[in-house]
Write a protein that binds this ligand. Structure first.
Ligand code: FAD
Length: 466
């Protein structure tokens, strides 16, 4: 039986990144993946295909709604859904092949098959073509990710009531679609199909969309999406769903009102649950939480010190960048390099709608609840030259600064390229840059980034352009 220093089960952004880092550090690594392609949810049915469809549908929608008024005349603008889907599949293919290449380049042995633990050091692999085999691993990283959650009162999934994976590959644009859940996945996929012509209804149990986001951001995003034609039923519960060949009939209740809604498709986007199926955790004695996640300590160790768990499998934000950071951290711990700690408060969260929305650090509501004194600065894209030049001048950036020590506490926004602005703001937090330092930053002009500096200027009542 082959023995490895590290056996990684699951090849999503947590698993494959952990495998690469461990191999870079001189360890002998095996990775086990049950699906045909490497890359996990993110590359195959998550971040990447959704962003491909978001980008393509955004181009179409922008051309449809804004070209003519800007003097760009296109006759008979249409789209070819087959080609659009092929483009999305090509992007996915290119990236998963890239992961194959990285595995080879780093000398990582890849096993295609479902992995399960036989004992705390042995992984059983049911390989699709090669039959069964076992490998020994001195350290094991569980990175088996998550699967879409379903709702018990909705009929079993068929081609009418679907999850995010199916909603990435419809063969025609549904006439209408109800999206259950106003989180990132629901709003992103709802946007894709709305832009392509579907009448989209978003149904959310809570009183607002994206409840964890800064309130001003989520409410502004809601207004933008309403203006794009998406209809929202907030504070609303589904009490029944019946389907026939042409439609799904939903009965909704909100306070004392009841509604019925007939749609062609229902996308259930109510979150994801950790995927532990077939790992044999119970038999081995690996502890899990009430929610079914694998229980870990601050260094991602399970109750077996040499068995780690990372990414969506562990409680915390189900995000690819978090899984990657944990993968790198665990590989470095195993190699004896360091015991890093991640600051989960500094993991950016983005919704890739148009405009994008997101934030990093504390929200205003969190600061108010904690009774922290803070200064607030705000700047709108409608006064930013670059945004106006590209006809994307909607939304704002908000910066929250500690009144006592000028430390930046939060940056939130809705608008063009918010994902890039927020992402590139993380060093400000990590390097403890103060709000004051921000005021003299030599940013190129004209850029969308200037909105961020203008927001900082506003926090110090030094705003130049507003
Ligand atoms: P996964 O990516 O889920 O990978 C787990 C892998 O383990 C899978 O390949 C699975 O087949 C394999 N596996 C499971 N069990 C076994 C077993 N027993 N043996 C062998 N292999 C096994 N996150 C972002 O940060 N940004 C985004 O824009 C974003 N967009 C998303 C859009 C959608 C539609 C969805 C569904 C998710 C999105 N996410 C996004 C979330 C992101 O995809 C996940 O947080 C991320 O993939 C988690 O990585 P992971 O490595 O923990 O697990």
């Amino acid at each position: 039986m082959d023995t490895f220093d590290v056996g990684v089960i699951g090849s999503g952004p947590g698993g494959y990144v952990a495998a690469i880092r461990a191999a870079q550090l001189g360890l002998k690594v095996a990775i086990i993946e049950k699906d045909k392609t490497l890359g996990g949810t993110c590359l195959n049915v998550g971040c990447i295909p959704s962003k491909a469809l978001l980008s393509l549908s955004e181009y179409y929608h922008f051309a449809k709604t804004k070209f003519a008024e800007n003097g760009l005349l296109v006759d008979n603008l249409r789209f070819d859904l087959d080609k659009l889907m092929k483009k999305k599949d090509q992007v996915v293919y290119k990236l998963v092949k890239g992961v194959d290449f990285l595995m080879k380049k780093n000398g990582i042995e890849v096993f295609h098959g479902k992995g399960s633990l036989v004992d705390p050091q042995t992984i059983f692999i049911a390989e699709e073509n090669e039959g069964e085999r076992r490998i020994k691993a001195k350290n094991i990283i569980l990175a088996t990710g998550s699967a879409p959650a379903s709702l018990s009162f909705l009929p079993p999934f068929n081609d009418q009531i679907v999850d995010s994976t199916s909603a990435l590959q419809f063969s025609s644009v549904p006439r209408s679609m109800a999206v259950i859940g106003a989180g990132a996945v629901g709003l992103e996929l709802g946007s894709v199909w709305s832009r392509l012509g579907s009448k989209v209804y978003v149904i959310e149990l809570l009183p607002r969309i994206c409840p964890l986001m800064d309130h001003s951001v989520s409410s502004t995003l809601e207004t933008f999406l309403r203006n794009q034609g998406i209809e929202f039923f907030l504070n609303t519960k589904i009490i029944s769903a019946t389907s026939n060949t042409n439609e799904v009939l939903l009965e909704l209740v909100s306070g004392s009102k009841t509604y019925s809604l007939s749609v062609e498709k229902v996308l259930v986007a109510v979150g994801r649950i950790p995927y532990t199926h077939g790992l044999n955790l119970q038999q081995i004695g690996i502890s899990t939480t009430k929610k079914g996640s694998v229980e870990v300590n601050a260094w991602w160790q399970t109750n077996f010190a040499h068995i780690y768990a990372i990414g969506d499998l562990v409680e915390g934000p189900m995000l690819a960048h978090r899984a990657q950071l944990e993968g790198i951290a665990v590989a470095e711990i195993i190699a004896g390099l360091r015991f890093p700690q991640l600051n989960y408060a500094l993991i950016p969260s983005i919704i890739y709608t148009s405009p994008e929305a997101g934030g990093i650090g504390f929200t205003e509501e969190e600061l108010q609840a904690a009774k922290r004194d803070y200064k607030k600065g705000l700047s709108k894209f409608s006064i930013n030259g670059r945004a106006l030049a590209g006809d994307v001048g909607e939304g704002f950036v908000k910066i929250l600064v500690d009144t006592k020590n000028d430390k930046i506490l939060g940056i939130h926004g809705v608008g063009p390229v918010i994902s890039e602005l927020i992402s590139m703001s993380t060093p400000l937090f990590l390097r403890k840059v103060s709000g004051v330092d921000f005021l003299d930053l030599p940013l190129a002009h004209p850029t969308l980034s200037e909105v961020l500096r203008e927001a900082a200027l506003d926090a110090y009542k030094r705003s130049i352009h507003s």
